[in-house]
Design a protein around this ligand. Structure first.
Ligand code: LRH
Ligand code: MN
Ligand code: MN
Length: 389
């Protein structure tokens, strides 16, 4: 039996970080569909994020992407942090961006030219300065670095450049700050990618030290990859820094988390809960783009999807599972897990919200609030999230 009160108490402590870029216009490389009312600057992104938190109660932090969310000077970032705080939010991970400059055609911190590497490193160091101003804990690094053709560059030397660059940034981290290293199988590079998998990210993190952790973006694996196994392993090693949650059907689709494969999300959350990862040590971030759907409701839905998977994972009857496992009861053990997955957790989540003083139905409450209509009327000329901007 699982303890319903304990499940509810755990759910109330959940924190899902929303990404600033999900609030802006986005699209594919074929077309960006602009939506009326989207934020025109980081301040307005925070206004929208505050709505997501207001109606879900579990989205208190917002990740920034630099330069998409650039504001003027150290004071500008401190002001942005204050603006967030006034709305019940905090600024979360600072995402670096070394993938949208012409100089990065052959890579950023793995580039063969030391001058380009320096430029990329200076950007990463600037991101740590921003963390100092915003009070953010995590620097999230994803590199588009790689090669398109065999022989194009030396695989090993690129790893050496990567290690050297990461070490410099790691050395700049302050007390309580962390570096989260994100891997991705391919894209934009199509032959080699310099951080293609969790093993490469983990190897670099191990050399760097305890402040370096791996980020698992759920859309960054080959089809069929057992992501929950990776999660279990990284948790065992104390190196799971967080998630970039999203859904994929094909590649890095960046669809709403829990939309394509809610069962996979449940299996991942089972490993998180079982592995002691349901703590602030693991950052639960969304990394999504809402290309055709309304953005704020899509983000609310995504937060709810994470909550539902978590509630199911928390409901696994661990004692019964352990007993079935030790007896070699294959079907019994599987049945315990499937019982939790099959549980309708929406009633318990409604109760949790009511006990938190929230409307039990966040999407309906948001629709009634009129915020969507208000921003359409008030914000004219919303900007693209950053992709191609
Ligand atoms: C790369 C990625 C990475 C970026 C984000 C916008 O595909 O997942 O996290 O920062 O997309
Ligand atoms: Mn990501
Ligand atoms: Mn991605």
């Amino acid at each position: 039996m699982t303890d319903r009160a304990a499940v509810k108490a755990a759910l109330k402590t959940q924190a899902v970080e929303t990404p600033s870029w999900a609030y802006g216009n986005s699209g594919t490389r074929f077309k960006v569909f602009t939506q009326a009312g989207v934020p025109r600057d980081p301040w307005e992104k925070l206004q929208d994020a505050a709505k997501v938190h207001e109606f879900t109660g579990v989205a208190p932090t917002v990740a920034l992407h630099i330069p998409w969310d650039r504001v003027d000077g150290h004071d500008g970032y401190a002001e942005l942090a204050k603006y967030a705080e006034e709305r019940g939010l905090r600024l979360g991970a600072i995402n670096a961006n070394t993938f949208q400059d012409d100089d990065y055609r052959l890579g950023s911190i793995c580039h063969p030219d030391a001058a380009v590497r320096r430029k990329a490193l200076d950007h990463l160091l600037e991101c740590v300065d921003i963390m100092d101003a915003t009070g953010s804990r995590d620097l999230k690094l994803w590199f588009a670095d790689g090669t398109n053709y065999p022989g194009q560059d030396d695989i090993r030397e690129r790893q050496d450049r990567l290690a050297e660059g990461l070490a410099e940034v790691y050395g700049r981290l302050g007390e309580g700050q962390r570096m989260l290293l994100e891997y991705k199988l391919f894209e934009p590079a199509f032959y080699t990618t310099d951080v293609p998998d969790w093993g490469t990210a983990y190897a670099h993190c191990l050399k760097l030290g305890p402040k370096a952790r791996v980020v698992v973006d759920t859309g960054h694996h080959a089809p069929g990859t057992n992501i929950e196994f990776i999660v279990a392993t990284l948790l065992r090693e104390g190196r799971l820094g967080g998630f970039d949650f999203n859904s994929r059907f094909y590649a890095d689709d960046d669809l709403m988390v829990g939309a394509a494969d809610p069962f996979q999300l449940f299996r991942i959350m089972c490993e998180v809960v079982h592995g002691g990862g349901f703590t602030s040590e693991v950052a639960f971030m969304l990394d999504q783009c809402h290309n055709i759907e309304a953005k704020i409701p899509a983000i609310i839905r995504s937060v709810m999807n994470v909550q539902e998977a978590t509630a199911k994972a928390l409901s696994v009857d661990r004692e019964a599972l352990a007993e079935a496992q030790v007896c070699g009861d294959v079907l019994g053990a599987n049945g315990v897990l499937m019982d939790a997955y099959g549980t309708d957790v929406r009633p318990v989540l409604r109760e949790v919200r009511e006990e938190m003083g929230l409307d039990p139905e966040p999407l309906a409450a948001y629709a009634r609030s009129g915020w969507g209509r208000r921003i359409v009327a008030e914000r004219v000329g919303g900007r693209q999230a950053g992709w191609g901007a």
